[in-house]
Write a protein that binds this ligand. Structure first.
Ligand code: GUN
Ligand code: FE
Length: 441
């Protein structure tokens, strides 16, 4: 049995700060996290916890650092990591010009493996320990992704894109083949260790109603699998959906009609929802991935977080790589703050860190496994370096409380702040030791 006590400043959330700040988080200036066999078994003040433990307990000290639960990215495309920063287009043209050509390369499983390996390493470099991930239309893209994730023991959710219209021929499946291929992937990967499957129609414009129905059938036949797609990201996209589904009232209806809404359904963006759509999201307990760097980069619009809150719709943060411009959830918090500022709201850093941890876990219906340090949870956590750069170190000296510390971290922070990423109690990324995240043979 392994038992290690991690000592340092500790922060985690018990609930959404919106519901009452004081009860929503725990912060220990000199704290300790006890990890046994990959799980958290105790959290508290270091002095007290150390006194209660056998004297031979191994202690790891983390100086000038803040320990937080691993970050959760609720929407990202692994095949798009090599087209980040593609210039000049909005969503629909960007897909045609940049996305489809790069996704075509994933027909080759060796290429897919190579990208999956680099992608997971980059996630860990940025402190992301769990993500909801798009593959491509090729089932082998998902095999490659899951086998790399499994070798790092990561908690990941992913799926094969379903896309049977309005896409290049080499990237199209059919309602029938997408059903069959997705089913085989579910049987191969869903609930295998820490992995879970998401049925992944790209978005309504690239699926026929028959294919969306096939997605619904997969959800009914496999309770527990997820639904992952895009919705209402861009105004031209919304208008196109109205043309393609003239008999339906609104965008969300195309998914609702096929039985795709629910607690394990995650819709990326939702920038331009109507009132009825918001109500339906709430009624069905569907979830949203808020992707601020992507929405700014593609000029898609400003996500109304306050509206989601007032409707009681669960929200997590997503990087949406490759439309998003950073793998870092810290940089994503910075963009989220600015997007709210432009709408007259000031996102607090407590809310931002909640969204990146427990909020993300809730969005992915994984609260029983990850998201905070409640005993019993899987020990995925980060050691954030509060002196990662000369500027940050200096700026931190002027921070008077936790609020300021977190806000400055979200404003100035990036991958340099991730000193270490720990997965199930094992260090898989150390900033100054890249060999750690090599997969085990
Ligand atoms: N909508 C449909 N496909 C995509 C995609 O790959 N990225 C983004 N941002 N939006 C989409
Ligand atoms: Fe996306």
């Amino acid at each position: 049995m392994s038992r290690v006590l991690h000592r340092g400043s500790l922060l985690h959330f018990l609930d959404d700060p919106q519901k009452g700040l004081k009860e929503s988080y725990q912060y220990f200036i000199d704290g300790a996290l006890l990890v046994e066999n990959g799980h958290v078994t105790a959290i508290g003040d270091a002095q007290q916890l150390i006194e209660s433990l056998p004297s031979d307990t191994q202690i790891q000290e983390h100086k000038n650092a803040l320990l937080v639960p691993g970050f959760v990215d609720t929407h990202i495309h692994y095949p798009q990591m090599d087209i980040i920063g593609a210039h000049g287009e909005q969503l629909l043209e960007w897909l045609d010009t940049y996305v489809f050509p790069v996704e075509a390369k994933f027909a080759d499983i060796e290429y897919a493996q190579q990208v999956a390996r680099r992608f997971l390493k980059e996630l860990l470099r940025n402190g992301t320990t769990t993500a909801l991930v798009f593959g491509t239309v090729h089932p082998q893209s998902v095999d490659a992704f899951f086998s790399e994730a499994q070798s790092l023991n990561l908690r990941m959710i992913a799926g094969k894109v379903m896309m049977d219209r309005n896409a290049p021929d080499n990237l199209k499946d059919t309602a029938e083949s997408s059903y069959r291929d997705s089913k085989a992937l579910i049987q191969r990967w869903h609930d295998r260790g820490r992995l879970r499957y998401a049925v992944t129609p790209r978005f309504a414009p690239t699926s026929t109603p028959e294919q969306l129905k096939a997605a619904g059938q997969l959800l009914r036949e496999h309770p527990g699998v997820y639904l992952h797609t895009h919705m209402s990201e861009n105004l031209n996209e919304v208008a196109w959906v109205e043309e393609l589904f003239p008999h339906l009232d609104h965008y969300l209806h195309s998914y609702d009609d096929a039985g795709l809404l629910g607690r394990r359904s995650v819709f990326a963006h939702c920038v331009h929802l109507s009132e009825v759509e918001w109500q339906r999201m709430a009624e069905t307990q569907s979830n949203i991935a808020f992707c601020p760097t992507s929405n700014l980069f593609l000029g898609s619009g400003l996500f109304p977080l306050a509206k989601a809150e007032s409707c009681g719709v669960n929200v997590g943060l997503g990087t949406d790589i490759g439309a998003g411009t950073s793998f870092s959830l810290l940089e994503t918090m910075d963009a989220a703050y600015k997007v709210q500022q432009l709408q007259g709201h000031s996102l607090t850093p407590f809310k931002s860190f909640y969204l990146a941890t427990l909020g993300g876990a809730r969005t992915l219906d994984l609260e029983s496994k990850i998201g905070n340090f409640i005993p019993g949870k899987e020990a995925d956590f980060l050691v954030l370096d509060l002196a990662a750069t000369p500027l940050l170190e200096q700026r931190m000296q002027h921070c008077e409380d936790l609020f300021e510390t977190l806000f400055v971290l979200s404003t100035l922070g990036d991958d340099r702040c991730i000193r270490e990423s720990w997965i199930m109690g094992e260090c898989k990324h150390r900033r100054d030791d890249s060999a750690l995240s090599e997969p085990q043979p």
